[in-house]
Design a binder for this molecule. Structure first.
Ligand code: DGL
Length: 282
């Protein structure tokens, strides 16, 4: 299909495309489905290449390029990076591809940093994220750019997203794992914690119990849905709010396990999931 010339008006009836390494981005999709039910969505879970959190950054950027090309080549009016690691490592890459298609990008890191900086009372903000996200310092930079002196404590949680993506039952071992990750955040007395991975809202009740009710958890979904709405309105691409849109799923790995886990986490039927191939990085 031909790529629209830069500056050409996109068709508002096109879907919003989003991707993640697995089911974590469904936490973002869910917020969008609730806030903007009239839109159509296409979601790609790159499960064959999960986890992004420990992949070589250059390989990850190549993978992101190919995913963005696949999603936008299939025509979409907006690209949402529903993955903190992909945003931290490959936002620029995704923007380059999207720019060639005349499409805007909504990432996850910046909107969360804005909220965290606005709501922290004591100025102590924690970030729980994958090793790649912490190493990129994307949150640190985004928080520094909020125009407020903040004390930022970043903690890598290499095993948490894989545990969630596995669909393993919650047991004492995961509680212990979460306690270990939360210990430096408690020691730093953060009053606001950025869930810096789209998988983590799926264990928010566990984290909240360990950290206590007074710690505010900031997930990406809500902020991203608001950014999606603003972007569509600014570009004249919002659909009329008088109908209910559709959603469909693509994944690069096993379709049945994506469908089972996705249905469990989204708590909505996924319908038929289509398997797609991404060659780079494999
Ligand atoms: N959902 C991805 C993120 O937001 C993380 C998991 C991974 O692939 O390591 O960072």
């Amino acid at each position: 299909m031909a790529t629209p010339a830069a500056g050409a008006k996109l068709d508002p009836s096109l879907p919003i495309a989003m991707f993640d390494s697995g089911v974590g981005g469904l936490t973002v999709l869910h917020e969008c489905l609730v806030s903007l039910p009239e839109e159509d969505y296409v979601y790609l879970g790159d499960t064959a290449w999960f986890p992004y959190g420990v992949k070589d950054p250059d390989d990850l950027r190549a993978r992101i390029r190919e995913i963005a090309e696949l999603l936008l080549g299939g025509r979409a009016k907006l690209l949402v990076i529903a993955c903190n690691t992909a945003t931290s490592i490959g936002e620029e890459t995704a923007r380059q591809v999207a720019g060639e298609h005349g499409v805007a990008v909504v990432p996850v890191v910046e909107p969360q940093a804005e909220i965290a900086a606005a709501i922290t009372g004591n100025g102590k903000v924690g970030v729980l994220a994958t090793p790649n996200t912490v190493a990129s310092a994307a949150y640190r930079h985004a928080l520094e750019g909020q125009g407020r002196a903040l004390e930022v404590t970043e903690v890598e949680a290499p095993d948490l997203a894989p545990f969630i993506q596995d669909g393993s039952p919650f047991d004492e071992a995961v509680v212990e794992m979460a306690r270990t990750y939360c210990a430096p955040l408690k020691a730093a007395e953060v009053d606001t914690l950025i869930l810096g991975c789209t998988h983590y809202p799926l264990v928010a009740p566990l984290l909240q119990r360990i950290l206590g009710r007074d710690i505010r958890l900031v997930s990406g979904g809500h902020a991203v849905a608001a950014a999606v709405q603003r972007t569509l309105e600014r570009r004249g691409l919002a659909r009329p709010a008088d109908s209910e849109g559709t959603y469909r799923f693509l994944c690069t790995g096993d379709v049945d396990s994506f469908c089972d886990l996705g249905t469990r986490f989204l708590q909505m039927p996924l319908g038929e999931v289509e398997r797609v191939e991404i060659s780079s990085g494999s």
